[in-house]
Design a protein around this ligand. Structure first.
Ligand SMILES: [Zn+2]
Length: 463
């Protein structure tokens, strides 16, 4: 009898073990999202409520928290392609490389492994779908700039679903007989959905690529990223919508894996744009909430992991004494790049007739300067000097994804300084990044893990 009981216990134990697998996996990657980016978004929201503290994001409420260093093989500071390769496959490589080790050996991503086992696969991002973080999940090239080759491999991947900005380089400039990438995707069985409604109306298509409608109106054009959350206008796609479509599309599958990148947290870090960065992190968390609602319906079978590829900008919360004033950033209504374009438009339309008053009104409208936010005499002089520079098209600040004129960049610096939010770099840093996890197999992610460990641990959770 005793032996029988032991045997039954073992059988039920075994049954529990075999059931302890994730069937639905969400892998969220905040590009450039270090711990301070997360905390800034939380403390900003508390300051808007008139208090010191945090309004917790969903990700920080997950029960499991870990940390990861992010260095690559070629540099202590990784770029997104080496970090993406590692997060996708568990193998470090040199900066600039996509889905291969330095000797050219292709890495095998967790998405490819699961695809080969019959899982439904979705790759979702706010930036072009052939960009450095999503591409190591399906492509292998020595350079992240081989956009056309990356796009071809996307079309040939056989993955079920892609969503994001359009192809960076849909035409092969070197070989004119090469097909346009959108056409090539159609030839490979993909339905091209231009926007949310078109995607939702075609849930039965065999494979799908969802991009902004504008990308399909001119298939040869450089496919832009989605707009920043702070710049989003009615009709623009959001990451939240992309995740919603991805789940809807893949939920008929017995098992699915969805990678979701918040790619523009990084862009705003490169631009040292505090308000835009905070809005982008909050927006990423909103997209996470869509996956979390799915988790609530399938808690025994779902794993959600949130990681970051690296930190961008060296964001510092505090730059003098014991003061933080993040709430002042609420007066910034658009990204610095957007504001720069508005200012440039003013210069173009008014030419020499443009006055300081015109520009000051613009700084008030988009950044609250001179109205909601008092400007010191010293900063007033800086802005007036930048006004003269911008007239002569001098003093532009060029960062990785955007060139901003002197006036917009000076105004941005001033507003950030009033928030006491500072930056150490226009590039990436070697700072550790956070991991948050919930669901089946989440407990493994507690602690300090190298970034090589994340993809294998997710894969283990599906065994
Ligand atoms: Zn970056």
């Amino acid at each position: 009898m005793k032996r029988f009981l032991l045997l039954s216990a073992c059988i039920s134990c075994f049954t529990m073990l075999t059931l302890a697998q994730a069937k639905y996996v969400f892998y969220f990657i905040g590009d450039g999202m270090g711990p301070n980016q997360v905390l800034a978004a939380e403390m900003y929201q508390a300051e808007l409520e008139g208090r010191i503290g945090r309004v917790p994001l969903l990700m920080t409420q997950f029960p499991v928290v870990g940390m990861t260093p992010t260095f690559s093989l070629s540099n202590a500071i990784t770029d997104s392609s080496a970090a993406g390769t590692c997060l996708a496959s568990g193998q470090k490589t040199n900066n600039g490389m996509i889905g291969q080790t330095p000797d050219g050996t292709p890495t095998v991503s967790i998405a490819t492994k699961l695809h080969n086992e019959g899982w439904g696969i979705g790759i979702v991002t706010t930036v072009p779908i052939d960009h450095a973080t999503p591409s190591p999940f399906y492509a292998h090239t020595p350079s992240r700039d081989d956009y056309y080759a990356i796009g071809r491999q996307l079309a040939e991947s056989g993955f079920d679903f892609f969503a994001g900005g359009g192809f960076h380089a849909p035409e092969n400039k070197q070989v004119s007989t090469s097909p346009n990438l959108y056409d090539y995707c159609e030839q490979n069985g993909y339905f091209l959905a231009g926007g949310y409604d078109e995607a939702k109306a075609n849930m039965n298509s065999q494979k799908m690529i969802l991009v902004p409608a504008s990308c399909l109106q001119d298939r040869s054009a450089h496919g832009n990223a989605l707009p920043f959350a702070i710049d989003r206008e009615k009709g623009d796609l959001s990451l939240e919508q992309l995740v919603d479509v991805a789940i809807d599309y893949l939920s008929s599958r017995a098992r699915f894996f969805i990678m979701v990148e918040g790619g523009k947290i990084d862009y705003s870090g490169h631009g040292n744009d505090g308000a835009t960065n905070i809005h982008e992190t909050i927006d990423f968390d909103r997209a996470l909430a869509v996956a979390y609602r799915f988790y609530e319906q399938h808690p025994e079978e779902t794993l959600i992991v949130v990681a970051a590829d690296h930190e961008t900008g060296g964001m510092a919360l505090g730059n003098s004494d014991y003061t933080l004033n993040l709430q002042v950033l609420q007066h910034q209504r658009k990204s610095s790049g957007y504001i720069s374009d508005i200012i440039r438009g003013l210069y173009q339309s008014k030419g020499n007739q443009l006055t300081w008053d015109d520009v000051q009104a613009c700084l008030s409208e988009y950044m609250g300067l001179y109205t909601a936010v008092e400007v010191s005499n010293e900063d007033d002089s800086r802005l007036r000097k930048a006004f003269d520079q911008t007239k002569k098209n001098e003093g532009n600040v060029k960062t990785l994804y955007k060139e901003v004129n002197a006036l917009a960049s000076t105004a941005l610096e001033i507003l950030n300084s009033y928030a006491h939010l500072d930056w150490s770099s226009h590039g990436h840093t070697a700072a550790v990044t956070p991991i948050f996890a919930i669901g089946k197999g989440a407990e493994k992610f507690t602690g300090w893990h190298d970034n090589t460990k994340i993809a294998p641990m997710i894969y283990d959770s599906t065994r």
